[in-house]
Design a binder for this molecule. Structure first.
Ligand code: GDP
Length: 639
């Protein structure tokens, strides 16, 4: 038998047969050469073996591999696969996923039998669910609070400049909202914005990142109203407090007096049998700063603070701004998991992909661990302090989530439900409220005690009345924030509410009640607990006009030529006429004219003619206040 005849019989090309013959050691043959019996036996043995091998060449595949992946699994160069696909008129690139049919063809061509085994996502999910969280010890996060000028910033700067700079000599720290101090015994994270406003604003957002509060009190001035305010903010958050008695370098420093004063607020020093830690320091000289840090670490140790390391990273925004060159910059404290460059994330209603992670030294990091304050670049917009940052699986998921959040925010405005006296009864009945948190502001200190006394006489079997903060002076933004963070109400006795606080209360849906009579306060609370609080007609000032000229039109008809200096004045509204700071007349605005036309209202910065029922005695410089009546639940009385 000649070579070409044998090839034909075995359905193989002659040139391939010649190659096989060479392979098995039979050399020097050509198409017309004769083939011996022995050679035929050798060839058949070869074919048998190859057939056996073919059967063995099973490969387990998913069925959607790309050329690269398939090439690795069947050990055929990807260029050969691509060439074959091209012959089959299938044009793909290396990373393009193939379908099962294409994979089948490729396997047939290269003598493989594909066994498709689809991965079951449920199995993977289960695996993830079962993954046990791994906890690691984490440093405490500290906020410094206290009365203005008692040295909060000085202490923070001292710690930063000595303790932080000691480690990284020559480097300049950047303010990114927080910084980490690494000491031989452990690390501490300090939030850079001192004061209780930022702290409580975060709490009002639902964020609780502060583990320990350092309350700074100047040893020369002692306890001040804001010291107590800060103390109450910290107490209402249930955060351990360390008192730093500052300015002990001053000759008139009296640290013992501070202890005495604060003891009256339940902050009894350890040496007097209490459990409050006091540390004497000087932010100026640095004296005692090491003791303070040691105490923070000790308290932190007792709190046994832990973070989960093997989960998707999450953190809280502490600051956010737009940088002209870098775009939105978001400072976060990582709480759990590890943040890596490239991670897609959501934060508030925006999203992004971590483009850069920068620490307080301005150094770029590839990843950041829990309790690390870092700046992140790559968000599409800025975020609000207190908002959560969460890493998600993909940019697609981040974008979709953010769009959903945005739509929800735009379409349905659901005001946050807050406690109000009006609804108190219903909520007690539903068992939703067991405590009534009150922020109390009064004109004089004595009034606080008088009101507390009244509260103490109210039966508290259904609800416990907590005065979480009391003080003198106008109702401020900080009072509203505290109410917001602790789901409380604000009660003012003979005090005004600051305009900004009023705005914030409206935004945060916080109930503010002001009273002129002490007994009304107790009465309202009792009625609220019993569900008997009646609606009340209230007058709300809508605007003021200044009398510029007086026109005597008739013996009995005098009109004031005015300019509206705030809000608007409304026809038929009640009016008060103020002269030299005193109310000289209460009446009704019966005539309102703009040029010659009679109008219903005139707004800010417009001139008008005002006539008031039974009043002719206008003088230039008088202020006319216009009030409208609204029905409220005995709210803002006396305002
Ligand atoms: P903050 O308003 O609480 O942040 O107070 P600052 O840190 O701005 O300090 C107010 C003033 O007190 C500044 O003039 C500081 O220099 C001064 N000061 C702060 N700490 C000390 C201290 O320990 N000793 C003395 N003598 N002065 C201090």
């Amino acid at each position: 038998m000649r070579i070409y005849e044998f090839a034909k019989k075995h359905n193989i090309q002659t040139k391939d047969l010649l190659k096989i013959l060479e392979e098995i050691g039979i050399k020097g043959k050509h198409t017309l050469s004769q083939i011996t019996e022995i050679e035929i036996n050798k060839l058949e043995e070869y074919f048998k073996k190859e057939k056996e091998e073919k059967v063995k060449k099973e490969v387990v595949l998913i069925g959607n591999e790309n050329v690269n992946e398939l090439s690795k699994k069947i050990k055929i160069p990807s260029s050969d696969i691509l060439k074959f696909l091209l012959d089959e008129k299938i044009i793909v690139h290396l990373n393009q996923n193939l379908n099962k049919e294409q994979i089948q063809k490729i396997c047939e061509k290269f003598n493989y039998i594909p066994i498709f085994q689809e991965t079951k996502p449920q199995v993977i999910e289960k695996k993830i669910e079962k993954q046990q969280p791994i906890y690691i010890k984490r440093p405490p996060v500290v906020t410094v609070m206290g009365h203005v000028d008692h040295g909060k910033t000085t202490i923070l700067d001292k710690i930063r400049n000595t303790k932080v700079a000691e480690r990284e000599v020559g480097q300049i720290t950047q303010k990114i909202g927080a910084y980490k101090v690494n000491l031989p015994e452990g690390s501490i994270v300090f939030l850079d914005t001192p004061g209780h406003e930022a702290f409580t604003a975060m709490r009002a957002m639902g964020a609780k990142i502060t583990d320990i509060v350092v309350l700074v009190v100047a040893a020369d001035e002692g306890v001040k109203p804001q010291t107590i305010e800060a103390l109450n903010h910290a107490k209402s958050a249930n955060v351990p407090i360390i008192v730093a008695v500052n300015k002990i370098d001053k000759p008139n420093a009296n640290p013992e007096k501070v202890k005495q004063q604060l003891s009256e607020y339940g902050m009894i020093p350890e040496e007097w049998g209490g459990n409050t830690v006091y540390v004497n320091v000087s932010g100026l000289t640095g004296e005692g700063i090491n003791d303070l840090l040691e105490m923070i670490l000790l308290v932190g140790e007792m709190l046994d603070l832990k973070a989960i390391i093997n989960c998707k990273c999450e953190g809280t925004v502490i600051e956010s701004s737009i940088d002209r060159f870098r775009g939105p910059v978001i400072s976060v404290i990582i709480e759990n998991g590890i943040l890596k460059v490239g991670d897609p994330f959501i934060v508030g209603t925006t999203w992004g992909k971590v483009r850069a992670i920068i620490d307080e030294w301005g150094k770029r990091l590839t990843e950041a661990n829990p309790s690390t304050p870092v700046e992140i670049l790559g968000a599409h917009e800025i975020a609000i302090p207190g908002e959560k940052l969460k890493v998600v699986d993909s940019e697609k998921e981040a974008r979709e989530f953010s769009e959903k959040m945005r739509r929800e925010k735009e379409n349905v405005y659901i005001p946050v439900k807050r406690l109000s006296l009006k609804d108190l009864y219903e909520e007690i009945k539903k068992g939703e409220v067991k405590e009534l948190n009150i922020i109390l502001k009064t004109d004089f200190y004595n009034s606080i005690d008088a009101i507390k006394n009244i509260f103490s006489k109210i039966p508290q079997n259904e609800i416990k009345i907590n005065i979480i903060h009391s003080g003198t002076g106008p109702i401020s933004e900080s009072d509203i924030l505290l109410a917001s963070a602790s789901n409380g109400i604000v009660i003012g006795f003979k005090v005004p509410i600051e305009p900004k606080a009023k705005e914030l209360a409206k935004k945060e849906n916080i109930e503010v009640r002001t009273y002129e009579l002490i007994y009304d306060i107790g009465e309202d609370i009792i009625k609220a607990i019993e569900g008997m609080l009646e609606p009340e007609i209230k007058e709300e000032m809508v605007g003021q006009a200044l009398v510029k000229k007086v026109f005597k039109l008739d013996k009995n008809l005098v009109v004031a030529g005015c300019i509206v200096v705030s809000g608007k004045v409304v026809k038929n509204s009640k009016v008060k006429i103020i002269r030299n700071g005193k109310i000289i007349y209460n009446g009704v605005l019966t005539s309102l004219k703009r040029f010659k036309d009679s109008v219903n209202e005139v707004s800010y910065n417009n001139e008008c003619g005002i006539g008031i029922d039974n009043f002719n005695n206008f003088e230039e410089g008088d202020i006319i206040q216009s009030f409208i009546e609204i029905t409220v639940q005995r709210k803002l009385k006396g305002e």
